[in-house]
Ligand binder design. Structure first.
Ligand code: OGA
Ligand code: NI
Length: 328
Protein backbone atom coordinates (compact mmCIF):
# COMPACT_ATOMS: atom_id res chain seq x y z
CA UNK A 1 0.00 0.00 0.00
CA UNK A 2 1.28 3.41 -0.89
CA UNK A 3 2.28 5.78 1.86
CA UNK A 4 -0.27 8.39 1.03
CA UNK A 5 -1.91 10.79 3.38
CA UNK A 6 -5.63 10.33 3.75
CA UNK A 7 -6.48 13.72 2.37
CA UNK A 8 -4.52 13.07 -0.81
CA UNK A 9 -6.37 9.90 -1.74
CA UNK A 10 -9.03 10.50 -4.35
CA UNK A 11 -12.41 10.33 -2.69
CA UNK A 12 -13.70 7.69 -5.05
CA UNK A 13 -11.27 5.13 -3.64
CA UNK A 14 -13.21 5.27 -0.41
CA UNK A 15 -16.65 4.75 -1.86
CA UNK A 16 -18.17 1.48 -0.69
CA UNK A 17 -20.40 -0.38 -3.20
CA UNK A 18 -24.05 0.38 -2.35
CA UNK A 19 -24.92 -3.17 -1.24
CA UNK A 20 -22.02 -3.22 1.23
CA UNK A 21 -22.77 0.02 3.04
CA UNK A 22 -23.89 0.38 6.62
CA UNK A 23 -27.47 1.48 7.12
CA UNK A 24 -27.88 1.21 10.87
CA UNK A 25 -25.48 3.13 13.11
CA UNK A 26 -26.97 2.23 16.46
CA UNK A 27 -25.70 0.02 19.27
CA UNK A 28 -27.38 -3.31 19.90
CA UNK A 29 -28.21 -4.02 23.53
CA UNK A 30 -28.12 -7.79 23.06
CA UNK A 31 -24.34 -7.94 22.97
CA UNK A 32 -23.48 -9.26 26.43
CA UNK A 33 -21.71 -7.22 29.07
CA UNK A 34 -20.06 -9.40 31.69
CA UNK A 35 -19.01 -8.20 35.12
CA UNK A 36 -15.79 -10.06 35.84
CA UNK A 37 -16.03 -9.28 39.56
CA UNK A 38 -19.58 -10.42 40.14
CA UNK A 39 -19.69 -14.15 39.59
CA UNK A 40 -18.19 -17.30 40.84
CA UNK A 41 -15.72 -18.93 38.51
CA UNK A 42 -17.98 -21.59 37.04
CA UNK A 43 -20.76 -19.04 36.39
CA UNK A 44 -18.31 -16.69 34.78
CA UNK A 45 -16.90 -19.39 32.51
CA UNK A 46 -20.45 -20.26 31.43
CA UNK A 47 -21.42 -16.65 30.73
CA UNK A 48 -18.28 -16.12 28.71
CA UNK A 49 -18.65 -19.27 26.65
CA UNK A 50 -22.33 -18.61 26.00
CA UNK A 51 -21.57 -15.08 24.78
CA UNK A 52 -18.62 -16.27 22.72
CA UNK A 53 -20.79 -18.92 21.05
CA UNK A 54 -23.78 -16.68 20.41
CA UNK A 55 -22.04 -13.51 19.32
CA UNK A 56 -18.28 -14.13 19.09
CA UNK A 57 -17.97 -10.94 21.09
CA UNK A 58 -18.73 -9.66 24.56
CA UNK A 59 -17.78 -6.76 26.75
CA UNK A 60 -16.21 -7.03 30.17
CA UNK A 61 -16.30 -4.61 33.04
CA UNK A 62 -14.49 -4.76 36.36
CA UNK A 63 -11.78 -6.42 34.27
CA UNK A 64 -8.87 -5.41 36.48
CA UNK A 65 -7.06 -3.28 33.90
CA UNK A 66 -6.23 0.07 35.47
CA UNK A 67 -8.44 2.87 34.19
CA UNK A 68 -5.50 5.21 34.46
CA UNK A 69 -3.33 3.04 32.23
CA UNK A 70 -6.18 2.73 29.73
CA UNK A 71 -6.79 6.44 29.62
CA UNK A 72 -3.15 7.43 29.40
CA UNK A 73 -2.49 4.95 26.61
CA UNK A 74 -5.52 6.21 24.71
CA UNK A 75 -4.25 9.76 25.14
CA UNK A 76 -0.82 8.77 23.87
CA UNK A 77 -2.24 7.34 20.66
CA UNK A 78 -4.50 10.35 20.23
CA UNK A 79 -1.36 12.47 20.41
CA UNK A 80 0.36 10.28 17.84
CA UNK A 81 -2.50 10.62 15.38
CA UNK A 82 -2.76 14.35 16.07
CA UNK A 83 0.85 15.07 15.25
CA UNK A 84 1.53 17.64 12.57
CA UNK A 85 1.57 16.44 8.98
CA UNK A 86 5.32 16.62 8.65
CA UNK A 87 6.07 14.75 11.83
CA UNK A 88 3.41 12.22 11.02
CA UNK A 89 4.70 11.75 7.48
CA UNK A 90 7.89 10.33 8.97
CA UNK A 91 5.78 7.53 10.35
CA UNK A 92 4.13 6.60 7.08
CA UNK A 93 5.30 3.19 5.99
CA UNK A 94 5.78 1.60 2.60
CA UNK A 95 4.29 -1.81 2.11
CA UNK A 96 2.64 -3.99 4.64
CA UNK A 97 5.37 -5.17 6.92
CA UNK A 98 6.77 -2.00 8.33
CA UNK A 99 5.74 -2.15 11.90
CA UNK A 100 5.32 0.87 14.01
CA UNK A 101 4.48 2.90 10.96
CA UNK A 102 1.21 4.51 10.16
CA UNK A 103 -0.69 2.79 7.38
CA UNK A 104 -3.06 5.32 5.94
CA UNK A 105 -6.31 4.78 4.19
CA UNK A 106 -6.23 1.10 3.48
CA UNK A 107 -6.33 -2.30 5.05
CA UNK A 108 -2.92 -3.77 4.67
CA UNK A 109 -4.11 -7.33 5.18
CA UNK A 110 -7.44 -7.16 3.46
CA UNK A 111 -8.17 -7.26 -0.21
CA UNK A 112 -11.17 -5.01 0.10
CA UNK A 113 -12.54 -3.31 -3.00
CA UNK A 114 -12.32 0.07 -1.35
CA UNK A 115 -10.04 1.90 0.98
CA UNK A 116 -10.78 2.10 4.62
CA UNK A 117 -11.36 5.49 6.19
CA UNK A 118 -8.63 5.04 8.73
CA UNK A 119 -5.01 5.14 9.70
CA UNK A 120 -3.44 2.40 11.76
CA UNK A 121 -0.25 1.88 13.65
CA UNK A 122 1.04 -1.54 14.61
CA UNK A 123 3.25 -1.75 17.67
CA UNK A 124 4.72 -5.19 18.27
CA UNK A 125 5.27 -5.80 21.99
CA UNK A 126 6.49 -9.39 22.11
CA UNK A 127 8.42 -11.27 23.16
CA UNK A 128 8.39 -9.29 26.38
CA UNK A 129 11.81 -10.17 27.76
CA UNK A 130 14.19 -7.27 28.46
CA UNK A 131 16.52 -7.92 25.56
CA UNK A 132 13.81 -8.10 22.90
CA UNK A 133 12.22 -4.99 24.34
CA UNK A 134 15.39 -3.03 23.55
CA UNK A 135 15.32 -3.84 19.87
CA UNK A 136 11.70 -3.00 19.12
CA UNK A 137 10.67 -0.15 16.86
CA UNK A 138 9.30 2.05 19.62
CA UNK A 139 8.07 5.48 18.72
CA UNK A 140 10.39 8.16 20.07
CA UNK A 141 7.47 10.45 20.83
CA UNK A 142 5.31 11.19 22.76
CA UNK A 143 7.48 11.10 25.88
CA UNK A 144 6.91 7.99 27.98
CA UNK A 145 5.41 6.08 25.04
CA UNK A 146 7.39 2.92 25.46
CA UNK A 147 6.90 2.55 29.21
CA UNK A 148 3.20 3.22 28.93
CA UNK A 149 2.66 0.77 26.09
CA UNK A 150 4.54 -1.92 28.00
CA UNK A 151 2.42 -1.29 31.12
CA UNK A 152 -0.74 -1.36 29.00
CA UNK A 153 0.17 -4.56 27.20
CA UNK A 154 1.18 -6.29 30.42
CA UNK A 155 -2.23 -5.60 31.95
CA UNK A 156 -4.08 -6.56 28.78
CA UNK A 157 -2.17 -9.81 28.56
CA UNK A 158 -3.16 -10.72 32.10
CA UNK A 159 -6.78 -10.08 31.27
CA UNK A 160 -6.53 -12.02 28.02
CA UNK A 161 -4.98 -15.03 29.74
CA UNK A 162 -7.65 -14.96 32.41
CA UNK A 163 -10.42 -14.99 29.82
CA UNK A 164 -8.69 -17.72 27.83
CA UNK A 165 -8.41 -19.80 31.00
CA UNK A 166 -12.14 -19.47 31.55
CA UNK A 167 -12.88 -20.32 27.93
CA UNK A 168 -10.57 -23.33 28.13
CA UNK A 169 -12.25 -24.47 31.31
CA UNK A 170 -15.73 -24.18 29.80
CA UNK A 171 -14.60 -26.11 26.72
CA UNK A 172 -13.11 -28.87 28.86
CA UNK A 173 -9.52 -28.16 27.85
CA UNK A 174 -6.55 -28.92 30.11
CA UNK A 175 -5.54 -26.01 32.33
CA UNK A 176 -2.68 -24.00 30.83
CA UNK A 177 -3.24 -25.33 27.30
CA UNK A 178 -2.81 -22.00 25.50
CA UNK A 179 0.41 -21.00 27.19
CA UNK A 180 1.94 -24.45 27.04
CA UNK A 181 1.39 -24.63 23.31
CA UNK A 182 2.85 -21.18 22.61
CA UNK A 183 -0.51 -19.82 21.56
CA UNK A 184 -0.27 -16.55 23.47
CA UNK A 185 3.30 -15.44 22.76
CA UNK A 186 2.61 -12.78 20.17
CA UNK A 187 1.34 -9.46 21.46
CA UNK A 188 0.65 -6.66 19.05
CA UNK A 189 -0.95 -3.36 19.81
CA UNK A 190 -2.86 -1.95 16.86
CA UNK A 191 -4.00 1.63 17.22
CA UNK A 192 -6.63 2.76 14.73
CA UNK A 193 -7.61 6.31 13.91
CA UNK A 194 -10.84 6.94 12.06
CA UNK A 195 -10.90 10.60 11.09
CA UNK A 196 -14.17 12.51 11.03
CA UNK A 197 -15.87 11.53 7.80
CA UNK A 198 -18.20 13.80 5.86
CA UNK A 199 -20.25 10.88 4.55
CA UNK A 200 -20.52 7.81 6.81
CA UNK A 201 -23.21 6.27 4.62
CA UNK A 202 -20.83 5.65 1.70
CA UNK A 203 -17.56 4.87 3.49
CA UNK A 204 -16.24 2.25 5.90
CA UNK A 205 -13.64 2.67 8.64
CA UNK A 206 -12.58 -0.93 8.36
CA UNK A 207 -13.87 -3.49 5.88
CA UNK A 208 -15.49 -6.67 7.24
CA UNK A 209 -12.84 -9.08 8.48
CA UNK A 210 -11.93 -11.70 11.03
CA UNK A 211 -8.86 -11.10 13.15
CA UNK A 212 -6.22 -13.75 12.41
CA UNK A 213 -4.90 -14.12 15.96
CA UNK A 214 -6.27 -15.98 19.01
CA UNK A 215 -8.23 -13.35 20.89
CA UNK A 216 -8.53 -9.57 20.55
CA UNK A 217 -9.16 -7.05 23.32
CA UNK A 218 -10.51 -3.79 21.98
CA UNK A 219 -10.50 -0.51 23.83
CA UNK A 220 -12.93 2.00 22.34
CA UNK A 221 -14.51 5.22 23.51
CA UNK A 222 -16.76 6.11 20.59
CA UNK A 223 -19.19 4.10 18.53
CA UNK A 224 -17.96 2.45 15.33
CA UNK A 225 -17.54 -1.31 15.81
CA UNK A 226 -20.15 -3.64 14.32
CA UNK A 227 -20.20 -7.42 14.41
CA UNK A 228 -21.94 -9.78 12.00
CA UNK A 229 -24.44 -12.06 13.65
CA UNK A 230 -27.23 -14.14 12.10
CA UNK A 231 -27.14 -12.19 8.87
CA UNK A 232 -27.19 -8.80 10.56
CA UNK A 233 -24.66 -6.15 11.53
CA UNK A 234 -24.96 -5.30 15.22
CA UNK A 235 -23.30 -2.27 16.79
CA UNK A 236 -21.19 -2.66 19.92
CA UNK A 237 -21.88 0.05 22.46
CA UNK A 238 -18.79 1.91 23.67
CA UNK A 239 -19.36 1.56 27.41
CA UNK A 240 -17.08 3.70 29.56
CA UNK A 241 -14.14 1.73 30.98
CA UNK A 242 -15.36 -1.56 29.52
CA UNK A 243 -13.29 -3.66 27.13
CA UNK A 244 -14.56 -5.59 24.13
CA UNK A 245 -13.36 -9.16 23.67
CA UNK A 246 -13.54 -10.78 20.25
CA UNK A 247 -13.04 -14.41 19.30
CA UNK A 248 -10.36 -14.55 16.59
CA UNK A 249 -9.49 -17.22 14.04
CA UNK A 250 -7.10 -19.38 16.08
CA UNK A 251 -9.68 -19.82 18.80
CA UNK A 252 -12.05 -21.17 16.17
CA UNK A 253 -9.46 -23.80 15.20
CA UNK A 254 -8.47 -24.70 18.78
CA UNK A 255 -12.10 -24.99 19.88
CA UNK A 256 -12.67 -27.32 16.92
CA UNK A 257 -15.28 -24.99 15.44
CA UNK A 258 -17.29 -24.71 18.67
CA UNK A 259 -16.47 -21.03 18.72
CA UNK A 260 -16.52 -19.05 15.49
CA UNK A 261 -14.25 -16.15 14.69
CA UNK A 262 -16.08 -12.86 15.06
CA UNK A 263 -16.62 -11.09 11.75
CA UNK A 264 -16.54 -7.37 12.32
CA UNK A 265 -16.20 -4.02 10.60
CA UNK A 266 -15.99 -0.38 11.61
CA UNK A 267 -18.29 2.39 10.44
CA UNK A 268 -17.28 6.03 10.23
CA UNK A 269 -18.92 9.01 11.84
CA UNK A 270 -19.28 12.65 10.91
CA UNK A 271 -18.95 14.25 14.32
CA UNK A 272 -15.74 13.12 16.00
CA UNK A 273 -12.50 11.33 15.20
CA UNK A 274 -12.38 7.88 16.76
CA UNK A 275 -9.28 6.17 18.12
CA UNK A 276 -9.43 2.53 19.13
CA UNK A 277 -6.69 0.31 20.51
CA UNK A 278 -6.64 -3.41 19.85
CA UNK A 279 -4.51 -5.81 21.82
CA UNK A 280 -3.92 -8.84 19.62
CA UNK A 281 -2.89 -11.95 21.49
CA UNK A 282 -1.78 -14.79 19.27
CA UNK A 283 0.56 -17.74 18.77
CA UNK A 284 4.25 -17.48 18.13
CA UNK A 285 4.92 -17.75 14.40
CA UNK A 286 6.27 -21.29 14.62
CA UNK A 287 3.51 -22.61 16.90
CA UNK A 288 1.38 -25.37 15.48
CA UNK A 289 -2.29 -24.70 16.03
CA UNK A 290 -4.80 -27.53 16.08
CA UNK A 291 -8.03 -28.48 17.78
CA UNK A 292 -7.48 -29.25 21.45
CA UNK A 293 -8.12 -32.89 22.31
CA UNK A 294 -11.74 -33.93 22.23
CA UNK A 295 -14.12 -34.76 19.42
CA UNK A 296 -12.91 -35.75 15.95
CA UNK A 297 -10.88 -32.79 14.65
CA UNK A 298 -12.47 -30.58 12.03
CA UNK A 299 -9.18 -28.79 11.28
CA UNK A 300 -5.75 -30.14 10.41
CA UNK A 301 -2.76 -28.82 12.37
CA UNK A 302 -1.44 -25.60 10.86
CA UNK A 303 1.62 -23.56 11.66
CA UNK A 304 0.63 -20.01 12.56
CA UNK A 305 3.09 -18.67 10.01
CA UNK A 306 1.35 -20.62 7.29
CA UNK A 307 -2.02 -19.45 8.53
CA UNK A 308 -0.96 -15.82 8.27
CA UNK A 309 0.24 -16.30 4.71
CA UNK A 310 -3.06 -17.86 3.71
CA UNK A 311 -4.92 -15.16 5.57
CA UNK A 312 -3.06 -12.41 3.73
CA UNK A 313 -3.86 -13.95 0.36
CA UNK A 314 -7.52 -14.64 1.10
CA UNK A 315 -9.51 -12.71 -1.45
CA UNK A 316 -12.82 -13.02 0.33
CA UNK A 317 -14.05 -11.79 3.65
CA UNK A 318 -15.44 -15.19 4.56
CA UNK A 319 -14.08 -18.53 5.65
CA UNK A 320 -10.56 -17.53 6.59
CA UNK A 321 -10.14 -20.87 8.37
CA UNK A 322 -11.57 -22.89 5.48
CA UNK A 323 -8.22 -23.81 3.96
CA UNK A 324 -7.25 -25.93 6.97
CA UNK A 325 -10.61 -27.65 7.35
CA UNK A 326 -10.50 -31.40 6.96
CA UNK A 327 -12.80 -32.36 4.13
CA UNK A 328 -15.42 -34.90 5.24
C1 OGA B 1 -8.91 -4.20 14.10
C2 OGA B 1 -10.33 -3.83 14.32
C3 OGA B 1 -11.94 -2.43 15.43
C4 OGA B 1 -12.12 -1.02 15.86
O1 OGA B 1 -8.02 -3.40 14.40
O2 OGA B 1 -8.69 -5.33 13.62
O3 OGA B 1 -11.17 -4.56 13.91
O4 OGA B 1 -13.15 -0.75 16.46
N1 OGA B 1 -10.61 -2.71 15.03
O5 OGA B 1 -11.26 -0.19 15.60
NI1 NI C 1 -10.36 -6.53 13.63
Amino acid sequence: MASTLLKNIPAKDFIVPPQKRAVDFSADKRIPVIDLAAHNRADLAQQIIKSAKEFGVFQVRNHGVSEKVMEETMNLYKQVFNMGDEEKAMLYGEGSNKNCRIHAGGDYYLNAEYRSWREMLIQPVSPMDDESMQSKPWLEKPAGYREMVIAYTTEMKMLGLRILDLIGEALGMEAGYFERNNLTQTLNIVANHYPVCPDPSSTMGSAPHYDPNLITILHQQLFGLQIFNNGQWLGVEPLPHALTIMVSSQLQIISNDELKGCKHRVVTNSSAARVSIGTFIGPSLDAVVEPAAGAAPVFRPVQYNEFLQQYASNKTESDVVGFCKIQP
